[in-house]
Design a protein around this ligand. Structure first.
Ligand code: HEM
Length: 403
């Protein structure tokens, strides 16, 4: 099998290379990826492909750090060493991570998330109701992005007038050729914007989740999140929350169009929505890999991993592991059990999982209620990004309004 450069975004321009990973799971479940001319930091990294190993790495932060380790001055969860490691929620371990997560979780209560339902449902209903037979549209741009963007902007209390600009910076930042998930010039714009929003919320608290987080106090020492920590959280939520969910919604629609029997099953039995959501997250796994750094020497499947080595775990591959999932390449909304790793595992398990599930539920239920039937109407385009894999363009045609 010809090796694929996993550090090159362009290797993902036609979607996730499933064929390659299927071969890896069987023949080379863990291997050392040599650096290529595009690999960040000009340094190799371990590639971990099978479910049990991916799960093990994610659940053992004492060995596999989200911060930095060994001699490194940078670290984090992408292949490239980031200097922000140790300061951000998703790039820290132990006590630092617990503090940040506890403070942020004060805003993200189940009740606060459920309060978003009415706003989001109304939006989804309008979108599907407006579709007419014969309409042609890009489902990704016109529909998928709407709900997650509105959800995150509502969570963050971003005024309506600023939402378009913010979304544009995110889209451009992800698409730009860069070794980071979002190119730094766009990240700087987002951070700059967050500064004034944080000041406003400090002076005049509002009812949104972000405002509650700005004012939240850590029980142990009464400390609050600093402006830097708040700005980092703000910038994290767009790629972590909006982009992932958008990709899941688009991937779900493609899967239902290509598997009409699954759609029929769901129409006939709406109680399947819950298991359908889990299958959608497994199927799409929008956040396809994470990186950790080895804090101590460890042997995994006969491979000796040294202190400071970069270790990448590929959740998308784990979610197609034939040792764990029966018929893993079958989109099956009744899959049971479905212990996918789409939301990660362990200490960094997705903080927004309940919001993401709510959004998917709303979109699926409103889509079913609208009785819209779609067909694919042109070539599908994928985002060329090795971290946030997903469909960038899904051209569809409305073929019917009745099932
Ligand atoms: C289908 C949608 C989503 C998927 C597939 C997803 C996936 C993930 C994964 C795999 C992680 C683990 C990161 C790691 O191990 O390093 C994670 C963490 C996180 N997610 Fe999500 N996510 C989704 C939606 C959301 C939403 C809607 C939000 C927020 C509103 C969100 C906020 C976060 C945050 C803040 C973290 C960091 C948690 C920590 O480090 O403790 N995610 N997500």
């Amino acid at each position: 099998m010809e090796p694929i450069d996993l550090s090159d975004d362009l290797s993902f321009r036609a979607g996730f290379p499933h064929g390659y990973f299927t071969w890896l799971r069987k023949n080379l479940p863990i291997y050392w990826h040599e650096p290529t001319h595009v690999t960040p930091d000009k340094e190799g990294f371990w590639v971990v492909c099978c479910y049990e190993d991916v799960n093990y790495v994610l659940r053992n932060p004492r060995i596999f750090s989200s911060d930095k380790a060994g001699e490194r001055v940078g670290g984090g969860t992408g292949i490239k060493d980031e200097k922000t490691a140790g300061k951000l929620l998703n790039q820290s371990d132990g006590a630092q991570h617990r503090r940040l997560r506890a403070l942020v979780q004060k805003g993200f209560t189940l009740k606060a998330v459920q309060e978003l339902e009415n706003v989001l449902r109304k939006k989804a209903r309008t979108i599907f109701c407006e579709l007419k037979v014969g309409d042609k549209l890009d489902f990704a741009a016109s529909i998928s992005a709407e709900i997650p963007t509105q959800a995150i902007c509502t969570v963050l209390g971003v005024p309506e007038k600023d939402r378009k600009d913010l979304c544009e910076w995110i889209d451009l930042g992800i698409e730009a050729a860069s070794t980071s998930v979002i190119a730094s010039e766009y990240l700087a714009k987002i951070r700059h914007y967050s500064k004034s929003l944080i000041e406003t919320k400090r002076d005049r608290p509002t009812l949104d989740i972000f405002s509650r987080i700005v004012h939240a106090e850590f029980e142990e020492d009464g400390s609050k999140l600093t402006d830097y920590e708040l700005g980092s959280f703000f910038s994290l939520l767009f790629p972590a929350g909006a982009e992932t969910t958008t990709r899941s919604i688009t991937g779900a629609m493609q899967a239902f169009i290509e598997n009409p029997r699954e759609l029929e099953k769901l129409r006939a039995n709406k109680t399947l929505v819950k298991s359908a959501i889990e299958e959608v997250v497994r199927w799409t796994t929008p956040s396809v890999y994470k990186r950790r750094t080895a804090k101590s020497e460890v042997v995994l499947q006969d491979c000796r991993i040294a202190i400071g080595d970069k270790v990448t775990v590929w959740e998308m591959s784990a979610n197609r592991d034939e040792q764990v999932f029966e018929d893993p390449f079958l989109f099956n909304i009744e899959r049971e059990p479905n212990k996918h790793l789409g939301f990660g595992a362990g200490a960094h398990f997705c903080l927004g999982a309940s919001l993401a599930r709510l959004e998917l539920k709303i979109v699926l239920e409103e889509f079913l209620a609208s009785d819209v039937l779609l067909s694919i109407d042109g070539p599908i385009e994928w985002t060329p990004n090795n971290r946030l894999v997903g469909i960038k363009r899904l051209p569809v045609k409305v073929v019917s309004r009745t099932a």
